[in-house]
Design a protein around this ligand. Structure first.
Ligand SMILES: Cc1ncc(COP(=O)(O)O)c(C=O)c1O
Length: 329
């Protein structure tokens, strides 16, 4: 049996109507920007395998670092234990993020990085005894497929079967010069109830590459900050050079309170999620009262092999030639 025949017997693919879809392309090798099937046919990976791959497939430096890590420590529980690769990665990343990002919380993928960000905000207010429970998001947003991430995403075919179970979110239009004052007024009306505002900075990827200007996002962010609304920048798609600077937030003058990363974090090699936050948010969880703890984690939180891929990717990303190549692109 061919790979395709064997696949069709046992596999259920994501976002795929299995009744009508074309058979999947069996890929057996990747190199640079290209993928190869079992017959040696070459494909340009123009979607960077869902926007995750930033240095090319099977990069030898990342492969070497992952192989080294595998023979040292493949995994360790991350509550009560730590390991050098997770620490070094958090140090390196925080060093290149907006200055207010002080703490890093690991998870497994983009959706979980968003879940963590939402939980941080909602529990921040809960821990402070404030009843802010509403979330503000953009129409057409996409933040992932788990329930919290779906709730803050635009309602679509992706969410249709679950809409009645998703918590209510205030959705606003992308800002522009015509509607910015209206949007600010809308936020003012909701302010005492708003826990946070989550957004994909400058471009909504899955929504259809919908671009909007830094100037108006800055205005919305500044207004939210004035009203005490926490700001979550979902950089899962835009992070690691996708908008010409390391992060889309580097185009802004305002800084978010929380940032979400995945996809390019490991150079596209392995699944890893990361949510960073300010000292102020972290401090709201410090207490002798156990109930103020952030009770969130995954079996593979901060997996050392994924962290080693991310560290290697970061090393390549911060190399001068990468910046030159981005500018050329
Ligand atoms: C902006 C944004 N947030 C979150 C996600 C979800 O990430 P994941 O697919 O790793 O769960 C995506 C995925 O496309 C995304 O583009």
């Amino acid at each position: 049996m061919s790979w395709v025949e064997r696949d069709l017997k046992v596999i259920w693919h994501p976002y795929t109507q299995m009744k009508t879809a074309l058979p999947p392309v069996p890929i057996v090798r990747g190199e640079g920007a290209c993928l190869f099937d079992e017959n040696g046919r070459k494909y340009i990976d123009a979607v960077s395998s869902w926007w995750v791959n930033i240095h090319g497939h099977s990069h030898p430096y990342i492969a070497q670092k992952v192989a080294e890590q595998l023979t040292k420590l493949e995994h360790v529980i991350f509550a009560g234990f730590t390991h050098p690769t997770a620490i070094e990665l958090a140090e390196r990343l925080l060093n290149i993020l907006p200055g207010n990002q002080q703490k890093a919380f690991y998870s497994d993928n983009g959706s979980t990085a968003v879940e963590v960000a939402i939980k941080m905000c909602l529990q921040y207010w809960h821990n402070k005894g404030d009843k802010r429970i509403k979330i503000l998001a953009f129409k057409n947003a996409y933040h992932g497929d788990t329930f919290g991430a779906m709730a803050v995403s635009g309602r679509s075919a992706f969410t249709a079967a679950f809409d009645s179970l998703l918590f209510e979110v205030e959705f606003i239009d992308l800002p522009d010069k015509h509607n910015i004052q209206n949007l600010i007024a809308q936020i003012s009306n909701l302010k005492s109830n708003l826990a946070c505002f989550i957004f994909e900075p400058l471009v909504q990827g899955a929504g259809g590459m919908l671009m909007y200007e830094a100037k108006y996002l800055n205005e919305l962010m500044a207004h939210c900050r004035k009203e005490g609304v926490l700001l979550i920048a979902d950089e899962i798609f835009t992070g690691f050079g996708r908008t010409g600077k390391p992060f889309a937030c580097d185009h802004l003058t305002e800084q978010p309170d929380i940032m979400c990363f995945s996809k390019g974090l490991t150079g596209g090699t392995m699944a890893l999620g990361l949510t960073t936050c300010t000292q102020q948010i972290f401090d709201a969880f410090l207490s002798d009262d156990r109930l103020k703890t952030l009770f969130h984690g995954h079996s593979f939180t901060a997996n050392p092999v994924a962290c080693s891929a991310a560290l290697a990717s970061m090393y390549l990303f911060l190399d001068d030639t990468t910046e030159i190549n981005i500018k050329k692109g």
